[in-house]
Design a protein around this ligand. Structure first.
Ligand code: EPZ
Length: 418
């Protein structure tokens, strides 16, 4: 249970390189289950805990995984297993994405039902309905779900909500099914677009990935390929907000501005100066932000994954702002920790009202999930005095070498191993 000790109120200045996207790399690595040929995935944030868990998942299913720098080579070493271990699924819900490729290829898969987590119940009913619509039979057995379908059928699917995971799971399954599958009301996140590019390189015919209607013409034989993962928009957005909260000036190398439209618009309304530079983005901020309201929403709306980091910036706004969380039902756990630092936040249902204060102060605080942890880290960097941030393992799931990146741009942060 490592801790971060942070001495705050130091502006971040300099350059930070953005890592490859965790949430794009996860499904792409899992999609290598669709082929027996070798695949090489570049720009993978290999130091992240969730990526390590994914590589262990692939190995437990029978793949061989080799790392070289931030490239991952995935090869086959015999037949694949069709059962994902609970031990890994409980560490990382995205393990459930193995269901699509395995069911489509082998006609059978057994996956533990991932439980809820700190941010909400997170059911997988949309995934399961999609598989059922494609002809899978489902049996519940001791906390696992067994899905069987001698041959999935191509179908026209309509999701009740644009779930990121369900879109990825069904896209992967459809790639190994001959014929045309159409997903309507699909999620539009850039990570889905990247998965679509990878699946096309494997030899599937995917069009519309990144729009609400994705069309997949699958084939029974997919081949290997090489693919480079997109930059992590959530890491980039977290650094933009950290720079703004510390009233700094930061260049984000590799950041993709077009994936961050909703955040950049809101940050500009708050008073941040953000511009595109060669190969990235630059931000500068002086003084307290103006109070700006945000509602989280599926892409291209304001990302729920940046809600906690955003709230930390708004804690020092001039005036009163509102955050409405529409994607997850329980994603305000960070607000009680921010209150320990002097923030004034009232939470009612899925709304938080933040009354800006002139200055946060350091305090002992605790992360409850990846992005809550990132939000608290930003608050600590902005606050006067010392913060001890506990449960850093949550942050390590989603931010590579975060303390090294922050120290290089002027933060006083150190990790204490416990
Ligand atoms: C992905 O989770 C991301 N994870 C999340 O990032 C992100 O917060 C989320 O998308 C929304 O953008 C990965 O990509 C690995 P959803 P996912 O299915 O796929 C409900 C992070 O911090 N829902 O779009 O699980 C669900 O409960 C993580 O990096 C159903 O009701 O998100 C939630 O309220 C956290 N039934 C909403 O939809 C279903 O079958 C969005 O979930 C599926 C989802």
């Amino acid at each position: 249970m490592d801790q971060f000790i942070i001495e705050g109120a130091r502006p971040l200045r300099g350059s930070v390189r953005v890592s490859g996207s965790k949430n794009a790399a996860l499904p792409i690595l899992i999609a290598t289950l669709l082929t027996d040929d070798p695949c090489v995935i570049d720009n993978v944030p290999v130091l992240l805990r969730d990526i390590r868990t994914t590589l262990r998942l692939l190995e437990s299913l029978g793949k061989k995984v080799e790392l070289r720098g931030n490239s991952v080579r995935v090869t086959s070493k015999g037949s694949l297993k069709t059962q994902a271990p609970y031990d890994l699924v409980k560490q990382m819900r995205a393990s459930v994405l193995a269901a699509g490729p395995l069911l489509a290829r082998f006609g059978l898969v057994r996956v533990p039902i991932p439980g809820g987590c700190a941010i909400g119940l997170r059911p997988i009913d949309i995934h399961l309905q999609g598989f059922a619509d494609m002809g899978a039979r489902r049996i519940a057995d001791h906390g696992d779900i067994i899905l069987s379908a001698p041959a999935l059928k191509p179908r026209r699917l309509r999701f009740t909500f644009p779930s990121v995971g369900a879109t990825e799971n069904l896209m992967m399954a459809a790639c190994a099914v001959s014929g045309l599958t159409v997903i309507q009301n699909a999620a539009c996140e850039p990570e889905i677009e990247d998965l679509g590019r990878f699946l096309n390189r494997l030899g599937a015919h995917v069009s519309g990935a990144g729009t609400p209607v994705v069309k997949i013409r699958g084939t029974l034989r997919l081949k290997g390929c090489r693919h480079c993962v997109i930059p992590d928009r959530i890491e980039a957005g977290t650094f933009l907000l950290a720079a703004a909260a510390t009233r700094g000036n930061l260049r984000l190398l590799g950041a993709e501005g077009r994936h961050l439209g909703a955040l950049i618009d809101k940050m500009r309304s708050g008073g941040a100066l953000i511009k595109a530079i060669a190969g990235g983005l630059q931000i500068s901020m002086t003084g307290r932000p103006r109070a700006v309201a945000v509602d989280t929403a599926p892409y291209p709306g304001f990302p729920t994954d940046l809600q906690a980091p955003w709230m930390s910036w708004m804690c020092s706004a001039q005036g009163r702002s509102r955050v409405k969380e529409t994607v997850f039902e329980n994603r305000f756990l960070h607000s009680a920790e921010l209150a320990r630092m002097g923030a004034q936040i009232g939470v009612g249902g899925n709304n938080a009202i933040i009354t800006g204060v002139a200055q946060l102060h350091g305090a002992p605080i605790m992360a409850s999930d990846i992005r809550a942890g990132a939000g608290l880290l930003i608050a600590a960097l902005a606050a006067h005095g010392r913060t001890v941030l506990q449960r850093v393992y949550h942050i390590d799931r989603g931010y590579e070498r975060v303390e090294f990146k922050l120290r290089r741009v002027g933060a006083r942060i150190r990790r204490v191993k416990r």
